[in-house]
Design a protein around this ligand. Structure first.
Ligand SMILES: Cc1cc2nc3c(=O)[nH]c(=O)nc-3n(C[C@H](O)[C@H](O)[C@H](O)COP(=O)(O)OP(=O)(O)OC[C@H]3O[C@@H](n4cnc5c(N)ncnc54)[C@H](O)[C@@H]3O)c2cc1C
Length: 375
């Protein structure tokens, strides 16, 4: 089979390597506009479940990833300068660039043709030159736009602003920090992903953003302002930029998941708010799901139909939970009057995926403290 993949992010690379491993006779080309060392973002997170899928499907990349990652089992909620720890939430983090290098090297070892610094604009001619065209080209997907009559995408831009930073302050667990200032409420989502660095995402509502005056600020002024807001959390470490800019989260959905001989994967196909887990996890799991469908049949249209049938309900459920979570963060100022324990409980149960019983199983001590605080 001849497969062209547009986009050398986690979805495109992982799908390419899995298909090539299964059948070295497949001719697989990945076209990526950036160089092998260019990336945005900082660390990416995986749940234990995602790691078990990675192990099942390719031991080699699993071993490389787990050699380099950091793990934790706590969510820490910081509110009114008090830290509440909730255990039983096992996650791992790795630098996005390290993950990409691992996947690139595995692709190369298996004989996938990786073409960096190759911008694709003529999508249709690439599609006719192969049996399967994979649009793994991220949130602003050209493939999705080219075939929009087939995919029928809907994109909804959310109101909150957020910005991805790194920092050398290590957060040993997924740490959700809330700081109330004169401008409004700021939330930070942070976690370490190697021995020296943490991801540090700051989010705020549009009123807070306007009150703070970010519109007229330079990148350095913005970093300095936010470092001041989170001074008690960063302990003097600066925020590190990797071309970091304020953006709005965009919820991407597609009514249909394929056009004849063309399929979307990862962020091109769907997004889920970062507060519930990373897009990288979903991108890798998409790649596995599509690869499995080609294990059942070599017929492209049958495999693509099966991919949508099997994977779409899982993604829809995930997006629903992610939606509840993003709405919670959009309305966080309404919860700021709660004291730290009830605030942490509300936060943990925001997506309805985790309830009282579930939390009690994960961390009975937290629930005992919560009940005591309420009595
Ligand atoms: C600014 C930013 C920072 C982020 N930081 C983090 C983070 O720190 N942690 C985290 O877990 N998640 C982060 N995310 C989310 C995460 O990057 C995505 O959810 C995940 O990477 C999705 O994987 P993907 O393979 O579907 O797409 P991507 O990783 O976006 O990969 C798509 C690839 O396609 C390439 N491409 C696009 N169009 C073309 C074209 N026409 N021709 C050739 N190549 C093309 C792009 O260069 C890119 O390499 C971030 C997202 C953004 C926008």
């Amino acid at each position: 089979m001849r497969i062209n993949v547009i986009g050398g992010g986690p979805a495109g690379l992982y799908f390419a390597l899995l298909m090539k491993k299964r059948s070295p006779a497949h001719e697989i080309t990945v076209l990526e506009r950036n160089g092998p060392d260019d990336t945005f973002g900082w660390g990416v997170v995986f749940s234990d479940k995602t790691l078990s899928y990675l192990k099942e499907n390719d031991e080699e990349t699993y071993a490389e990833i787990t050699n380099r990652f950091e793990t934790w089992d706590n969510v820490d909620v910081v509110h009114r300068d008090q830290k509440i720890t909730i255990r039983g939430n096992k996650f791992s983090g790795i630098a996005r660039i390290e993950l990409l290098h691992i996947l690139q090297q595995r692709c190369q070892a298996l004989g996938v043709d990786l073409r960096f610094r190759t911008e694709v604009s003529a999508v249709e001619s690439l599609a006719t030159a192969c049996d399967l065209l994979v649009g793994a080209d991220g949130i602003n997907s050209t493939v999705r736009q080219t075939y929009e009559l087939h995919f029928q995408p809907s994109l909804s831009v959310r109101q909150n602003k957020y910005i991805w930073y790194g920092t050398n302050q290590l957060f040993h667990g997924l740490t959700l920090t809330f700081r109330e200032t004169e401008a409004g409420v700021f939330a930070a989502h942070s976690y370490k992903f190697n021995k020296l660095t943490s991801t540090f995402i700051v989010e705020c509502d549009p009123e807070t953003w306007a009150n703070a005056g970010f519109e007229g600020m330079s990148e350095d002024e913005t970093r300095a302002y936010l470092a001041e807001v989170f001074a008690n959390d960063l302990h003097g470490y600066p925020l590190l930029s990797n071309n970091s800019k304020w953006i709005n989260f965009v919820n991407v959905r597609n009514e249909h998941w394929s056009a004849p001989g063309v399929v979307l994967l990862g962020d091109a196909l769907h997004t889920a708010h970062f507060s519930i887990g990373s897009g990288t996890k979903l991108a890798l799991e998409d790649a596995i799901a599509l690869y499995k469908c080609f294990g059942e049949t070599e017929d492209v249209e049958t495999a693509l139909r099966e991919f949508e049938r099997v994977r779409k309900p899982i993604i829809e459920e995930y997006q629903e939970a992610a939606y509840e979570s993003l709405v919670w963060f959009e309305n966080v100022k309404d919860y700021m009057s709660l004291s730290p324990l009830p605030f942490a409980y509300k936060l943990m149960t925001r997506s309805k995926k985790i309830d009282y019983e579930n939390l009690k199983k994960r961390d009975p001590q937290f629930i005992a403290a919560y009940e005591q605080a309420g009595s």
